[in-house]
Ligand binder design. Structure first.
Ligand code: KG4
Ligand code: ZN
Length: 372
């Protein structure tokens, strides 16, 4: 992974930077958002977002009911230069004012990751600044430090269209994988169920809206892996059960949406409770540690409130970054750059983009489909 490390020269940089605020430009292109942000700060945060530009390609992908990799890569190429210029203008800064340039280097759709990382390399080279290759999942994980200065260690529940993981976050680059999906990501399940109910993409928000008027007990649906050892997730059996009901006809959409959402809430609550027990056992000294929710699905009100109640019962404080920082953005990438830069962790210009890049443990089937 390039020149990451703490050799002598880097230790000097580390010492110089350890206590100083760093200003980092970040680029995110791993899925269907083209984004650039500039963030200033130092760990544990909170940091200051000086610019945060996100261009969503949603309209380009909507007709296909999901993200089309080729369309995404082309759209990143078309928009990224302007978005970088817009971010610098909004922050009233130039590249010369940056301490480093950071970009998502994976996991994600490889065409898009290549566009962002190559652009970051060119900017770093042209301005004589160090490069930081950021793991997109780590960027999601560290966002609660950018927004609230959350201390290590904390428990992270990352729930998005591409990922569903429970991680113990001990420090920058230090993760313990407690659970991951063995099939679909939770957002993917929302999107597929929405499609079955003929709702437009992305389906999560529509399902939530519809569920508000339905009866969550109307349909009996399975809760795969509930009560099982470990903290892994599975959603494909739930999705299939919904499909069988939808195929049988004469469906009450609001009741089915509410029953599906309730099943998801029950699964997430059960698996998170298991991860909390493990976290308490592994970090007995952590007093009132944070449960951080990240990813687009964390916007769901029913999920937020169920996990919030679980957290207060189990001695955790719930921290949920605001929605625009829960979904894909470049401020989280720039912030991950700040935290890496303070530790003297930089990358060589030859660093490669990666479609798969698990934070910890072995990736399960279904992970890495696209960026979280
Ligand atoms: O993190 P994100 O913006 O993008 C990636 O997955 O990369 O997450 C998008 C996912 C979609 O699957 C979407 O349906 C889901 O988050 N989502 C929701 C809600 N808002 C977005 N799922 C359930 N309830 C919501 N309110
Ligand atoms: Zn993401």
């Amino acid at each position: 992974m390039g020149a990451k490390g703490l050799e002598d020269g880097r230790n000097t940089f580390k010492d110089q930077n350890a206590l100083r605020d760093l200003t980092v430009l970040g680029i995110e292109t791993s899925c269907d958002e083209t984004a650039c942000a500039i963030v200033r700060g130092s760990g544990p945060g909170p940091g200051t977002i000086l610019a945060n530009i996100v261009f969503s390609q949603l309209e380009a992908h909507r007709p296909y009911g999901g993200v089309v990799p080729e369309i995404a890569a082309r759209a990143h190429v078309e928009r990224l230069d302007d978005i970088v210029a817009e971010a610098l203008a909004e922050a009233k800064l130039t590249l010369a004012d940056m301490d480093a340039v950071a970009a998502t280097a994976g996991p994600g759709l490889i065409g898009g990751v290549m566009v962002g990382l190559t652009t970051a390399k060119a900017l770093a080279l042209a301005a004589g600044k160090p490069l930081i290759a950021v793991n997109h999942l780590e960027a999601h994980a560290l966002t609660a430090r950018l927004t609230e200065g959350v201390e290590f260690p904390f428990l992270l529940l990352l729930i998005s269209g591409g990922h569903c993981q429970l991680l113990g976050v001990e420090g920058v680059g230090k993760f313990r994988l407690y659970g991951t999906t063995i099939d679909d990501a939770v957002g993917e399940a929302f999107d597929k169920v929405a499609k079955l109910l003929q709702l437009p993409y992305p389906g999560g928000p529509r399902i939530e809206q519809l569920a508000a008027t339905g009866n969550p007990k109307a349909y009996a649906l399975p809760r795969p892996l509930r009560g099982r050892e470990g903290a892994d997730f599975s959603f494909s059996g739930l999705k299939t059960a919904v499909r069988l009901i939808a195929d049988a006809g004469d469906v009450r959409p609001a009741d089915l949406a509410a029953s599906f959402q309730q099943a998801v809430v029950d699964i997430l609550t059960d698996r998170t409770a298991a991860a909390m027990a493990r976290f308490h056992a592994e970090f007995p000294d952590a007093k009132a540690p944070a449960l951080v929710l990240a990813g687009g699905v964390a916007a769901n009100g029913a999920i937020r409130s169920a996990l919030g109640s679980l957290a207060s019962r189990e001695g955790f404080q719930t921290k949920i970054p605001p929605p625009r920082l829960c979904t894909d953005n470049a401020a989280m990438v720039a912030w991950a750059g700040v935290e890496h830069g303070q530790l003297g962790l930089f990358d060589a210009l030859g660093v490669s983009p990666k479609a798969r890049w698990p934070l910890a443990g072995t990736p399960a089937r279904g992970e890495g489909r696209r960026a979280g």
